[in-house]
Every structure is written in structure tokens, then in C-alpha cells.
Design a protein around this ligand. Sequence first.
Ligand SMILES: NC(=O)c1ccc[n+]([C@@H]2O[C@H](COP(=O)([O-])OP(=O)(O)OC[C@H]3O[C@@H](n4cnc5c(N)ncnc54)[C@H](O)[C@@H]3O)[C@@H](O)[C@H]2O)c1
Length: 348
Amino acid sequence: MAVKWGVIGAGGIADRRTIPEGIVPAHNAELVAVQDVAADRAEAVGQKYGIGAVYTSEYDLLGDPNVEAVYIATPTHLHHGQVMAAAEAGKHVLCEKPLALTLAQCEEMVEECASRNVKLGVNFMMRFHACHVALKHMVEEGKLGELVMGRAELTCWYPPIPGAFRQDPALGGGGAFIDMGNHCVDLLEQFFGRTVEVMCYTSNIVQDYPSEDTAVAMLKFANGAVGVVDALFNVPDAAGRAALEVYGSLGSVYSFGTIGQGSEGSLNVVIEEPGKAYDAAQVRSADEGKFVLTPEVVNIYRAHIEAFSQAVLDDSAPPVPGEDGIWSHKVIEACYESARTGKAVPVG
Ligand SMILES: NC(=O)c1ccc[n+]([C@@H]2O[C@H](COP(=O)([O-])OP(=O)(O)OC[C@H]3O[C@@H](n4cnc5c(N)ncnc54)[C@H](O)[C@@H]3O)[C@@H](O)[C@H]2O)c1
């Protein structure tokens, strides 16, 4: 059994990653229709994947009776209207992050999908990275002890581009933080649980556009642990470290290359036995307790498409439900409020 997918906004990340790495190879999904407002892109994507049902209007794709689920990968300001239209047409929806521009829109989308009895998911696909899954298991098994601090970083070089939605808060909802920082927040929350309070600084240091090119947030978690998220639009791609670090009372994990659109990477792990006495020399060089984990690679786009498709087939909850998009938005909004006011802001 395969879910029949249509793609709305097929010319960007859809064509780069989600269609070729996710929908096409997924064992329980089938690409049956594509749409893009740019006719040449729609045509090119249709040809590339051998799809005859090619549309330039999302309403035409949503009216196609062959389509059971849609993947929406358009600029952020379009998500709300397109998700609402998809729900009205009775199609299940996997929407790109961020779910929408405002919290009210996110809530309306979740309510509409629930009332139309269609599933809504948000594409926080980094949750499916084999290294992140392995790290989550380690945390749940208590291998790192009590978690105390984490850091997640995502950066890119993003110079001014005329019309780019991420560079105009009216179209993207903000800049580096809502675009890339939200993945980092979502990841840290997989290990630490939900954020209870934030402090955030945003600025525009290098790039000449209205959205922030620099955002650094501190997230306070329920047990008092602190997470740091840095999202930058102004550092060369090759200079970004995509750092993910998690520290606990029994050890730490540092990932290499796991944050981003790739599915490869590894975990550097240090774990000590409980009950270690104070060591005034604070030795860090010993190899004891150190190892590298390289779990078998699982493509993150394919894993999410398969999990969402299975939820449709089984009529079960989607793996990353719309409610998680609402929550993500609450954290993002709190961070932007903190950046504006210079104060710590509670979340929730
Ligand atoms: N999860 C990820 O890995 C990931 C990566 C990149 C982008 N994204 C998200 O995907 C979304 C799109 O980002 P992108 O980088 O692909 O943008 P993009 O600008 O590269 O591509 C967007 C596509 O949507 C099309 N489009 C614009 N208006 C449209 C409309 N009214 N109807 C249909 N198509 C329309 C454009 O022609 C273009 O082909 C954003 O929400 C972004 O945050 C997610």
C-alpha cells in the first residue's frame, strides 16, 4: 500500500531533497502530482520524475482526486492558506517548517485539519537522523546522567537576494532564527524536554536586509538545564560547524555533521562511571570512556515521508504533528520577544 502524494511548491527543497530522497524511494509513498507557481519549474520537476499531473495552481492539484496527501514546500507566508485549502479538499498535509507566520495561524491550521479529519505534520526531519535517534536513546537510558547543558547551531551564508522570503519578516516571519534556529530548538527539546523560558539576542551585522542575520538564544529547561541555539545567516557555509553538544553529569556527546540537510555524521561520546571522586588535576586527555558512534545512515527525508505515510495508512498520529509546529512557534515568538525587550520570556 502506498500513499499518493502531490507536492505544492515543487521547485525548491522539494526538488533538492524531499522528492528524490524522500517521496520517490519511500516504500509506502508514490509521487502522483506536482505543482509550482513557476510553470517552467513545475514542468521541469514533472519531467524529471516522470509525472504527468503537473499544475501551476495549488487548487488544481488539490482538486486532483488521485492525490491523497500533499507536501507543502512553499515560502512560509503561503503555508497557512495552502494548508487550510488542503484540509478543505480532504488531503493529508505534511507542511514545511515553520508552520506559519503567526501563532494564531498555526492554531487555526491545526484546528482545521482536525475538524476535516486530515493529518497535519511539520517537517522537522532532523529528528529522524540516526545519530539524533541514538543520542535520544542514550539520554532516555540515563547514560549521560542528569542533563545540564546543550548547544545546537545551524548557519549558512545568505547574502541579499531580491525577493527572497527569508530576508523579509513579512514573508518569512523573521530571519535566521525562525528559519534555522527552529530546527535547533526542536532538536534540543528531543533530549531536554520542552523549553520553559528563553533569553535571546538578535541582530543584523553583515547582511543588508530587514530579517536578522544573527540570533543566539538561551533556552531554560524544566530541570534547570540550559540550551544554547545559534543561527547565523552571515558565516561562510564551510565555516559553520553545525555543532550539536549535549552535556550531562556522566558524560557528553558532540555530533559531527548531523545538523542540516544531510543524513551522515557521527557522535563523539564520553561516558564515565557514576561516583567518580573529585580530581584536582581535572584530567581530560585519557581515552577512557571515549568512543565514536556511527549508526547506520538513515535518510532523514525518506524516514519522515515513510513515517507520515504509515500514519495515513494506519490512521494513527503523524510522527511530528501540527501541534509541534504550534509549540515551535511559541518558542520562536518568545525568543523574538526577548530580543525586543531584553528580558527573559516564559514559554507556553
Ligand atoms: N526541512 C528542510 O530541510 C528545509 C530546507 C529548506 C527549506 N525548507 C522550508 O521549505 C519551504 C520552502 O523553502 P525553499 O528553500 O524550498 O524555498 P524556494 O524559494 O527555494 O522554493 C519555493 C518554491 O515554491 C514556489 N512557489 C512560490 N509561490 C508559490 C505558490 N503560490 N504556489 C506554489 N509554489 C510556489 C517557488 O516557485 C519555488 O519553486 C520554507 O518553508 C522553508 O523553511 C525546509
